[in-house]
Design a protein around this ligand. Sequence first.
Ligand code: ZN
Length: 244
Amino acid sequence: MKLQFIGSGDAFGSGGRFNTCFYVDRSGGNFLIDCGASSMVAMRQQGIAPNSIETIFISHLHGDHFGGLPFFILDAQFYSKRREPLTLVGPPGFEQRLMEAMEVFFTGSSTAARKFDTVIHEIAPDQTLEINGVAVMAVEVNHACGAPPLGLRLDVDGKILAYSGDSEWTDALITLGRDADLFIVEALTYERKISQHLDYASVLENEDRIGAKRIILTHFGPDMLARLGDAGHEVAEDGKVVEV
Ligand SMILES: [Zn+2]
């Protein structure tokens, strides 16, 4: 499979980067991991057709991770003229928060008739669901957002793709990333500890315990952006494509 970093920034567009969104291109059906508030703009800029996406997995309910969904759904209705079902997967409480977000941004849109089915699944911590040919396991991490924050571990055609979501260091990240073919990990700061978020030093400290085959850092704040060149791991960039 190919994975494209549509957005590798933090919540506030630091460094001009887009909010979190990863596009996975595979023969069995393409999907997104997260769809932050700026993701439609980023997708248009990178030439990703929204109708090529079958499933969207959401790690947690903050705007820079799921805030693009109201726009995605309305685009599907009005511009992309979607006819195929759209499957959305998120943490407990996801459906209600999504409906609320749609009503805030586009009143009436949560109940408007659509020409495609919207299939919503909620996945609880420690649960594994089989969704459109992808087995996704949810691991609860440490990041307050009004619903359980998740890291996601996906089995995609026999390869393990893990994503930390946003999280302060927790040993749950070891469970999440263990032996993964690719572990995408937040690094908001270089070494400064911040409540609710991960610093690169914690990743380095625990790298051996995680044992992932490949780590790519993402979700950079200003402090990390200033020191990206010092990082001993691969770093995400908007538009970057990697083969997994
Ligand atoms: Zn975030």
